[in-house]
Design a protein around this ligand. Structure first.
Ligand code: LLP
Length: 418
């Protein structure tokens, strides 16, 4: 699943660059991304949408580094944002505000104003209360806010409960049953212009069925809303396609969309403007996190491999018990032992991998795979650890796209009293 990452002899390479050289030059922990891998993941969607009117809005929460945004902006993508901070990043990276959609249940008035002033493409509104506030803010600026309502198709994406977003018990979206009424209300507000409908059913989805079910429900709703007199220009169909972390077998983006578009065609909606907001599937398998083995600590019950990356750098295992493959940059021969690969943070939950078979010594560098999505973007400074540096590889070239944070950076905004 990761053709941009391969051993050449005993050197793990990303595109044309030796990862060991990057670890040597920039230190560890270090995130390294392949530009070709991102563009190849994007190309699968582009193939799926050939001949259609479709806008891909990269869900930048997955990885919001400016240079990563620049790659997608240059490839024609818009962006799915969830804060004013993300909007500022899009603009700093040269993204087109007209291709921005703004999701999230808690947009502030200030964020709404900022987004209206730069002219974003659409607000994905998540509650009735938010509709009223957005209309107010728009009227005060003499503008009309383009809106979609995020409706809850109430399908089970069969993924981790923390990352399923379209079920009734979730905080997201508007109940399917209330959608027509809420659309009529939206259409009556002076500061709003209804432009679309939106849904998002979850993340790391590996099964096609929930998508097909959600599409049926959304198309039913489009029909009902239009019958009630509110035209729907675009359909924003979200649901995060999974990636292969550990033998996962999600459909390819183009194959998935062939099925979804067939359904849309059959129901007469095939020529509607489409939007999608993929995050993980565009960047997840384009990145690795390099980490150096500091100590080997054998134990009675467990052996520990203590590395210099921790839960603050790579929070997914601690947060979701997520699995990331861990491989050596230069494999050693010898007998493998079983290790828990853990970081230096003072928490038992600070682990990167459990029960891994490795042949390792202190000083070796390991690569944590599938680390392009929701790793750096969720990193923190816990234990006053500066966040890692990031490198973007393009063919034979490696660009440092973010410097390592120093301890000073982590407390630069603080002040003593007195
Ligand atoms: N659009 C909306 C409205 C979302 O809520 C999400 C993800 C996306 C798009 C992007 O979904 P993706 O294509 O990445 O699956 N931190 C978790 C994932 C949280 C996803 C939340 N929403 C993780 O590390 O697995």
């Amino acid at each position: 699943g990761q053709p941009f990452l391969a051993y050449q002899g005993s050197d793990l390479m990303i595109e044309g660059v030796r990862l060991a050289d990057l670890a040597q030059t920039h230190g560890t922990p270090l995130f390294v991304y392949s530009k070709a891998a991102m563009l190849s993941a994007l190309a699968a969607y582009q193939r799926g949408f050939a001949g259609r009117q479709a806008q891909i809005c990269y869900a930048m929460k997955a990885n919001s580094s400016l240079a990563v945004l620049q790659v997608f902006a240059n490839a024609g993508c818009g962006f799915d944002i969830v804060s004013g901070g993300e909007l500022a990043r899009v603009l700093a990276a040269g993204g087109d505000p007209a291709k921005v959609i703004f999701s999230g249940v808690g947009k502030t008035r200030a964020e709404m104003k900022q987004a209206l002033q730069v002219g974003i493409g659409c607000f994905n509104v998540e509650s009735e209360a938010e509709l009223d506030v957005l209309s107010d803010v728009a009227v005060s600026l003499g503008k009309q806010a383009p809106v979609s309502l995020r409706v809850n198709p109430n399908v089970d994406p069969k993924t981790h409960p923390y990352i399923s977003t379209g079920l009734k018990g979730n905080k997201f979206g508007i109940a399917h049953e209330r959608a027509v009424q809420v659309y009529q209300h939206a259409a009556s507000l002076p500061g709003l212009k209804v432009v679309g409908i939106d849904c998002h059913i979850g993340s790391q989805i590996t099964d096609t069925t929930p998508y097909l079910d959600a599409m049926d429900r959304i198309l039913d709703l489009v029909a009902a809303i239009e019958a009630a007199g509110v035209p729907i220009h675009h359909i924003d169909f979200g649901g995060g396609l999974g990636i292969n972390y550990n033998g996962d077998t999600p459909p390819e983006a183009d194959a998935l969309w062939a099925q979804l578009l067939a359904k849309m065609d059959a129901r007469g909606y095939g020529q509607r403007q489409l939007m999608i907001e993929p995050g993980r599937s565009l960047v997840g398998n384009a990145g690795v996190c390099l980490t150096e083995v500091m100590y080997i600590k054998p134990g009675e019950q467990k052996n520990f491999c203590i590395v210099d990356a921790a839960m603050n750098d790579l929070p997914r295992p601690a947060m979701y018990e997520a699995f990331h493959q861990i491989v050596p940059l230069s494999p050693r021969s010898g007998d493998a032992a079983t290790y828990d690969v853990v970081g230096p943070v003072c928490e038992s939950g600070d682990w990167i991998g459990r029960d891994r078979q490795l042949v390792v010594q202190a000083g070796d560098v390991l690569a944590v795979l599938s680390a392009g999505a929701y790793c750096m973007s969720m990193a923190s400074n816990y234990n006053t650890r500066g966040r890692a540096a990031e490198v973007l590889v393009d063919g034979e070239k490696a660009h440092l796209i973010r410097q390592r944070e120093s301890a000073f950076d982590t407390f630069a905004l603080e002040q003593l009293v007195g």
